[in-house]
Design a protein around this ligand. Structure first.
Ligand code: ASP
Length: 317
């Protein structure tokens, strides 16, 4: 064989085998595992480390969600999140465990870790959802610290936005890289979490899908779990995560269930110039990922290895 042919063959063999490795990593089943929306390696690694320390799936999704919440460079979650059009950083989050317990907070200001407040709502109150001032008072009573979450960068972006004050979501850069996470724990138990500062420059008082159990997150330990990101109004109108879990209950694979949930949106709402991405896992550790538009990435961790993938999508033309 000529040297050049040999090199070409070797290069394509290497490429093929690395594709096969990727493929077998992605398709391998079992637990524990962690999956999250967008490119969130650090969050997955924190979740994975929690599982390695014998933490539960619930502990893992909370630990994962806390990473972007505390990251000032993440402009759509927690500290550093872009404010609403009146300059307030308002936060939505929810969490759900394998027993069907759920907690959420909406329109919460000044608390760096809304996911942990949501967990406290779940564990320490008879309620599922606390909102606004009430959620803040509850958080303070639980020892959370009140702080200014509006960074200089976010303030600058808001001032810039005010020059035209247009509300124009742009696909994948709508600045809504909300994190949704799902985990299968060491016993195969399913939990999920979601946390966000919501759409940048939203109307004051707007609450999205992220704190809605069944919208942005749903788990059923008999079946699996699902989570969502994207223009929350459409996730809320179709209760996407609940729908996906029900579709899996009725026999669909996680992938087919995500596809069907996206189809419900695109068939019913003709305007498709926005992004929604869904993730789902079943009890075997199989996952699904699908979005309306190209560009929805997700992060998967199995066997201690974390990789980012691009989801398949509806709008091919
Ligand atoms: N779903 C979130 C919302 O509508 C945004 C996002 O996913 O980034 O508030």
């Amino acid at each position: 064989m000529k040297r050049r042919n040999f090199l070409q063959t070797t290069a394509s063999t290497v490429m093929l085998s690395s594709l096969l490795v990727e493929e077998s990593f992605a398709q391998s089943k079992g637990f524990p595992m962690v999956i999250s929306t967008w490119k969130n390696e650090k969050a997955n690694e924190a979740a994975w480390a929690t599982l390695q320390k014998k933490g539960s799936a619930l502990d893992a999704v909370e630990a994962g969600a806390r990473i972007p919440e505390a990251d000032p460079n993440d402009t759509s979650v927690g500290y550093g999140g872009f404010p609403d059009r009146d300059g307030h950083v308002t936060l939505d989050a929810c969490i759900m465990d394998e027993k069907g317990n759920a907690g959420s907070v909406t329109f919460l200001e000044g608390i760096m870790h809304p996911i942990s407040v949501a967990r406290a709502v779940m564990e320490k109150t008879p309620h599922v959802m606390l909102s606004g001032e009430g959620a803040l008072q509850f958080a303070l009573s639980q020892g959370f610290k009140q702080e200014n979450l509006l960074t200089e960068t976010a303030k600058k972006a808001w001032k810039e936005w005010q020059k035209e004050a247009k509300y124009e979501p742009k696909i994948n850069i709508e600045r809504h890289d909300t994190i949704g996470l799902l985990a299968l724990g060491n016993q195969g138990e399913v939990s999920g979490a979601c946390t966000t500062s919501g759409l940048a420059f939203k109307m004051h008082g707007r609450v999205g899908d992220s704190p809605i159990i069944g919208g942005a997150v749903f788990c059923d330990n008999e079946v699996g779990g699902a989570c969502a990101t994207g223009l929350g109004e459409f996730v809320m109108k179709t209760l996407g995560s609940f729908l996906i879990v029900e579709l899996m209950r009725n026999g669909k694979s996680p992938q087919k269930a995500c596809e069907e949930a996206i189809m419900r949106i695109v068939k019913r709402y003709k305007y498709k110039e926005f992004q929604i991405g869904y993730l789902a896992i079943d009890k075997k550790g199989q996952y699904g990922a699908y979005s309306i538009q190209k560009g929805f990435s997700f992060t998967l961790t199995k066997n201690g290895v974390t990789k980012v993938f691009e989801a398949d999508y509806y709008m091919k033309n």
